[in-house]
Every structure is written in structure tokens, then in C-alpha cells.
Ligand binder design. Structure first.
Ligand SMILES: *Cc1c(COP(=O)(O)O)cnc(C)c1O
Length: 540
């Protein structure tokens, strides 16, 4: 049956498959990794296309001065298989060879990885650092991913029905598909129409600046245009050329990553004429990677969830002690918060009224575990991380910052915390899969109604919302509103339930697991991808 399904090539800059494989920065990569594992588990004809990063993303550590700094290592992996295939791309009018590796040992559908670090390449460093450096280098990386990716598929003899661009980074794959057709004699308009039938696109960020754009001159200079003229480029992506707009015009269907994000994305791109429809397909997680099977089983059988949770909580306490020397108290509440360090996530919201939170921190009845990396070039993000480090010094034993957020920290925190806190400025959080990991482990979400949470939240029954979905353009007003809402729910509902009504807490844990475990698992997400994105129009 699976063989009759459309064959899909999934393009993504990053993949979070395993902590040993340093090819991811954050949520986008985690989604891509979980997707490929789901594709394998449920036997879909999917292959991934990505890049073998020599240095991966930053290892971001905290110096003695409390400031984050970036370190890089050259990684070598024994688990990659050499396909023997090498494909050329042209960048800045020079040929760059891309070696193709295969990776399928993490329970994932085959992932093909392009690598420019081969003898004879002047431009060996293109695949050096994930999201490293500036505009031109980013374009070079995207040419390798997109153009090199299509050429790798051809050279490997892999037939593809649908090209799925996860984010706009892969857009140049679309240009390569256009070029193939135009070389075969089609006009630009004909090639556009035909390529569009093969391409689908997932958009992620509802933050305008997060959507990459480039001057058209730069695309031409780099050779990313694949023969398209300046006017044709402008017709696709505008001028400056917006990668998301280009992908919306080159795809037959697009999706946002949660229902609320679907509304936001449709508004955000409303002005783009002749674009694909954006449907909502809510992200999901690969359960075996993130969820303790004992919690799932005990939730279903009515067994002792609290003891199983305590075991996970002790593992987390040990994990934190080994890394930081701080020993958290197992009988007291642990709040987990790990996020990319960017302003809209408001990691310090909980400290904003010290007179309310300080007594709880000083008595260590509230303990908060933070983690999160900033982009290496983002000094503002680093200041956010540094502020959390400062809080850990101000409230020793109650606030802890774990440096170098990665999959092992993500897994430990979403299993062993009691509460998973999330307080972005609505509606800027596209989805937020960490909350799903927490929910299925019986770690109760305490979250703004943003991303995936409005689809799952039953307030006071399977977790808590705060803010009631309030939105405001003026950030001062929005922050004040949400701050009050956070303290009210935390102090009047969460803490009394945790300390005075353990049976209710455990019932909420059970509801959290049972309400989320199927809908937010990758099986449902893949089914929706096939139904809403991949199925050819008119065919059933
Ligand atoms: C799950 C996970 C993410 C994605 O979580 P968000 O909820 O989108 O923040 C990012 N990074 C790591 C390491 C993760 O484990």
C-alpha cells in the first residue's frame, strides 16, 4: 500500500536525529528529525535531503563572567555511509563539488547529506557551520542544499513525486526544477506551472524578520538564479527577494505548523498574489525519542504515575547536579523552561514582579531550570541568556541555567520537570514541540495560548493556560497583562495544587498524557501531510 503513496523528497537545512549528530540548531531540525523517524516507523516512501555540517551549530558555553561564548569543533562520524556519488553545483561562477553521504542508523528514513569539504574544492567551508556567517554564505549553503539536493536525487536514481521544502531555505531546489524544464524546451511560464505541481512548502516563523530575503543582485552574483532573469526572480519572490514569498509562489500547497499559526500565516502573507493556499498541519513528535514508555503505559492502565514521575524527576536532579553542582529538592516544584534566547519568548517574565516570586525562590518552593542558546551573531539573544545566568547567581539553588541546550537537555527537562512553562508574545510561537514532549511525559504545561497549546489545553484539567489569548500591538501593555495572568495562575492554581492536592495533580498528569499522546504523535502528522499536502489534486 505504501508503495502507491507519492514518493517524497524532504529538504531541510537541519536535522535533529540524535545528540551525536550535530546537524541541528533548534525546533525546525527537531521536527525534521522526528518526521524522518515517523516516515521510517510507518513505512512511507520518503527520503530526506540535508547538509553534512562539519562543525554543526555553536556549542554555546557560559564563561566565568556569566556571558555566553561560542565554540566550534570539527566533527567526524563513523555512522555516515559514503554513497560514492558526487554532484557539481556552480557558485559565484565556480564549480563546487558536493559529496553525498547517506544516514539511516537512527531509526530514520534515508537521509542524504551534501558535503563540500572534499579535496579539490576551493569552497570547502560552505558546509562548515549551520546558520553561520552572513548573506552570501547563506546563499551558497542554500544552493548546495537545493540545487545540489535535486542533482543528488538524480544521480542516486531516486524518483520523486513531491518535493517538500521545510522552510524557505530549500527554495533553490525549485529553481533547479525550473531550469531542468526550461533546458528541455519549456517556457518560464510552462516550467513554473509544471514545477508548482511537484512542490509543497512548510512555513514556520510568524516573525517577519525571521523570513529570509536577499537583494536580487546578490542572487545573480552568486548564481542562485539558475538562469532566471532579474524580472522572473522579482515575479517569484519580489525585490528584495523573499524566500518565503518565492516558496509560496512556487508550491501548489503550503502548510503552517499549528491551527493558530495557520490563521496568522494566512494574514501575514495575504498581500502575496498568486500564492499557494496555506493549510494548518499541527506539528507532532516522535514518541519513542522523547517520551518515557512507562508514563504512557501507567496513564492507560491507571497505575502509579507519581512514582514513575519521581523517578524521572530524580534522574533530572542528578543530571543537573552532574552538570552544575546544584542539587534541586525533589519534594519541591521544578519548572522547566528551555527556549531559543530571543526577546519574544520572554524568558524573564517570571522574574518581573520580584515581590511576588522572590519568597518562593528564597524558600526554594519554586525551582526553575533554564536552558537555551542564542544565535552566535545575536548579541541581544546572548544578553537574554546572560540575564538568566545572573538570576541563577541571585537565587542560588532555586534558579539554574544549563549551558549549551541540546537534545539531551531537552529530553531530560521535558521528562523530569513538574511544570513546563511557555510565555511567548502571542501569536509569535508557531508551534512549540517541547510542550508536547512534556505533556506526554505527564509534565504539566503552564502556557500562553499560543502555538499548539490552544488545540490541547483544558484549563485546570490537563494543564493551565494564562492570558486568555490576549493580544496587543503595544508590547508594554501585552507584557503587563501576561505577567499578571502568569502570577495569578501560578500562585492561585499551580502551587496550591502541587503542594496541597497531589491526587488532583496526578489526575491532571494522566489527562495530559491521554489527551496528547495520539494527536500530537508523528503518525497523525504524516497522515495529514499525505492527505492535505502530498496527494495529487483530483486523485484520491
Ligand atoms: C524539542 C526541542 C526543540 C523545540 O522546542 P520548542 O518548543 O519549539 O522550543 C528545540 N530544541 C531542542 C533541543 C528540543 O529538544
Amino acid at each position: 500500500m505504501a508503495s502507491k503513496q507519492p514518493r517524497v523528497a524532504y529538504f531541510c537545512m537541519e536535522y535533529g536525529l540524535d545528540n551525536r549528530f550535530k546537524a541541528y540548531a533548534g525546533g525546525l531540525g527537531i521536527l525534521a528529525g522526528d518526521y524522518l523517524k515517523g516516515a521510517k516507523d510507518y513505512n512511507y516512501p520518503i527520503v530526506g535531503i540535508g547538509i553534512k555540517w562539519k562543525q554543526g551549530y555553536t556549542d554555546q558555553l557560559i564563561g566565568p563572567d556569566g556571558q555566553p561564548y561560542d565554540t566550534y569543533h570539527n566533527y567526524q562520524y563513523e555512522f555516515l555511509e559514503d554513497t560514492g556519488v558526487e554532484v557539481p553545483v556552480e557558485i559565484r561562477k565556480r564549480e563546487v563539488k558536493c559529496k553525498v553521504w547517506k544516514l539511516d542508523c537512527f531509526g530514520n528514513a534515508p537521509l542524504y547529506l551534501l558535503d563540500t569539504d572534499v579535496p579539490g574544492n576551493d569552497d570547502a567551508w560552505i558546509t562548515g557551520q549551520l546558520y553561520g556567517w552572513f548573506g552570501e554564505e547563506r546563499i551558497a549553503q542554500e544552493i548546495v542544499l537545493g540545487v545540489g539536493g535535486v542533482r543528488a536525487l538524480r544521480a542516486l536514481g531516486l524518483d520523486v513525486d513531491v518535493y517538500h521544502f521545510n522552510e524557505g531555505h530549500a527554495l533553490f531546489a525549485g529553481f533547479e526544477l525550473l531550469r531542468e524544464k526550461m533546458d528541455a524546451g519549456k517556457t518560464f511560464e510552462e516550467a513554473w506551472k509544471a514545477s508548482r505541481e511537484e512542490i509543497v512548502f512548510t512555513t514556520h516563523t510568524p516573525v517577519v524578520q525571521g523570513n529570509e530575503s536577499h537583494p536580487i543582485d546578490r542572487l545573480l552574483y552568486m548564481g542562485a538564479n539558475m538562469g532566471l532573469t532579474e524580472a522572473q526572480l522579482a515575479e517569484l519572490g519580489g525585490d528584495p527577494f523573499n524566500m518565503t514569498v518565492g516558496a509560496l509562489r512556487l508550491s501548489r500547497k503550503a502548510n503552517a505548523v499549528a491551527k493558530l499559526h495557520g490563521e496568522t500565516a494566512n494574514q501575514m502573507w495575504d498581500h502575496v498574489e498568486d500564492r499557494s493556499d496555506i493549510v494548518a498541519i499541527t506539528n507532532a513528535i516522535h514518541r519513542p525519542t522523547w517520551v518515557d514508555p512507562a508514563m504512557l503505559e501507567l496513564a492507560e492502565t491507571g497505575g502509579d504515575l507519581w512514582s514513575a514521575h519521581l523517578k524521572n524527576k530524580r534522574d533530572l536532579i542528578k543530571f543537573v547536579k552532574d552538570r552544575t553542582g546544584v542539587e534541586l529538592l525533589e519534594n519541591n516544584l521544578i519548572i522547566g523552561f528551555s527556549r531559543r534566547a530571543v526577546p519574544y519568548k520572554r524568558s524573564d517574565l517570571i522574574f518581573s514582579k520580584p515581590e511576588l516570586i522572590e519568597p518562593w525562590l528564597k524558600s526554594r518552593k519554586v525551582q526553575i531550570l533554564f536552558s537555551g542558546r542564542a544565535h552566535p551573531l545575536d548579541d541581544g539573544g546572548k544578553a537574554i541568556a546572560a540575564n538568566l545566568v545572573a538570576m541563577s547567581k541571585k537565587y542560588p539553588g532555586a534558579v539554574v541555567f544549563l549551558e549549551n541546550y541540546d537534545m539531551s537537555i531537552g529530553a531530560a527537562l521535558t521528562r523530569g520537570s513538574d511544570i513546563w512553562l511557555n510565555n511567548p508574545r502571542r501569536p509569535k510561537e508557531a508551534s512549540g514541540t517541547s510542550g508536547m514532549k512534556a505533556a506526554m511525559n505527564g509534565v504539566l504545561n503552564l502556557s500562553i495560548l499560543d502555538g499548539w497549546w490552544p488545540e490541547a489545553c483544558r484549563h485546570g484539567l490537563n494543564g493551565w493556560q494564562f492570558g486568555d489569548g490576549f493580544e496587543h500591538e503595544d508590547e508594554t501593555i501585552l507584557d503587563a497583562h501576561d505577567r499578571n495572568a502568569l502570577y495569578k495562575v501560578l500562585l492561585e492554581e499551580v502551587l496550591p495544587t502541587f503542594y496541597d492536592n497531589r491526587p488532583k495533580w496526578v489526575e491532571m498528569m494522566r489527562a495530559s498524557i491521554l489527551d496528547t499522546k495520539d494527536y500530537f504523535g508523528v503518525k497523525r502528522m504524516l497522515e495529514e501531510y499525505y492527505e492535505l499536502l502530498y496527494a495529487a489534486p483530483g486523485k484520491s
